[in-house]
Design a protein around this ligand. Structure first.
Ligand code: HEC
Ligand code: HEC
Length: 211
């Protein structure tokens, strides 16, 4: 209990909830600083969103993303095989145990609905054809939910998806040579269609009921 009192001034937005936790220990739920949240979670929320919706479309959703994938990205930002001016300095401050705790924490939160538009039938047909010939679902699974160290793609920002696929393609994102090879083998207009299709996919009725 002493620790909880000490942590209140750092996370004033949780103070009321923390007080209620003292009375109702089982009702833990505060987006960025709740029971069980790693100490860095409030910093993450300043860009990735206090409610899971990131502050802009270049910042990916991390709520509900797969645990192994989240951990590997933090490791790769720190190690430098994935470069980003915003994430690099954040990851540099994290130790392996922090990364494991953050990955476990964010993976258990519910993926937000970003309310992105449904693509046209033409875009869907083009995307499904490209996905079929490259075989994306073999790794990213049938609903593009991914698993383990493979990313969930369904419902991610369209702008982020096309940006990161082009970064794999031109080598700016160098942390997975296999994905780079696949992206090089796929035409940019197919990647554009895939990004629109994936952004519009609402899959939580199938896979996220327990989150
Ligand atoms: C200053 C803004 C900012 C802060 C703070 C921040 N992030 Fe990020 N994060 C980003 C941006 C922007 C990207 C996309 C980088 C890219 O395009 O390669 C990103 C990417 C990521 C990714 C990769 C996701 C994916 O789909 O590949 C993970 C994981 C991540 N951040 C976790 C965290 C965690 C955990 C924290 C807190 C310790 C955090 N971030 C704090 C801006 C931020
Ligand atoms: C052989 C398995 C495999 C196949 C096939 C595959 N991927 Fe991936 N993909 C991965 C893995 C593993 C990652 C995580 C890479 C990392 O750790 O950075 C990934 C990452 C991604 C990311 C980055 C997600 C993020 O949040 O930054 C996108 C986008 C993506 N894949 C799209 C696709 C698309 C579209 C296809 C089909 C055209 C495809 N992938 C085919 C294994 C695969």
């Amino acid at each position: 209990m002493t620790m909880r009192y000490l942590s209140i001034p750092k996370r004033p937005f949780c103070a009321a909830l923390l007080l209620s936790l003292l009375l109702l220990p089982s009702q833990a739920a505060c987006a960025e600083g709740g029971e069980g949240a790693p100490p860095q979670a409030a910093l993450c929320a300043s860009c990735h969103g206090a409610d899971g919706v990131p502050i802009n479309k270049q910042t990916p959703v991390i709520w509900g993303q797969n645990e192994g994938y989240l951990f590997l990205q933090l490791r790769d930002f720190k190690g430098g095989s994935r470069k980003n001016d915003l994430m690099g300095p954040v990851a540099a401050t994290l130790e392996r145990d922090d990364m494991l705790a953050l990955a476990a924490y964010f993976s258990k939160l519910k993926w937000p609905n970003l309310q992105q538009p449904d693509p046209s039938a033409d875009v869907i047909a083009k995307a499904l054809s490209a996905a079929g010939s490259v075989g994306c679902p073999a790794c990213h699974l049938a609903h593009f939910q991914g698993d383990g160290t493979t990313a969930r793609l369904a419902g991610q920002w369209q702008e982020y998806l096309i940006g990161t696929m082009m970064a794999f393609r031109d080598g700016a994102r160098g942390n997975n040579p296999g994905m780079s090879d696949l992206m090089k083998a796929t035409a940019p207009d197919d990647l554009e269609a895939l990004s629109r299709y994936l952004a519009g996919l609402q899959i939580d009725a199938y896979i996220n009921q327990d989150r």
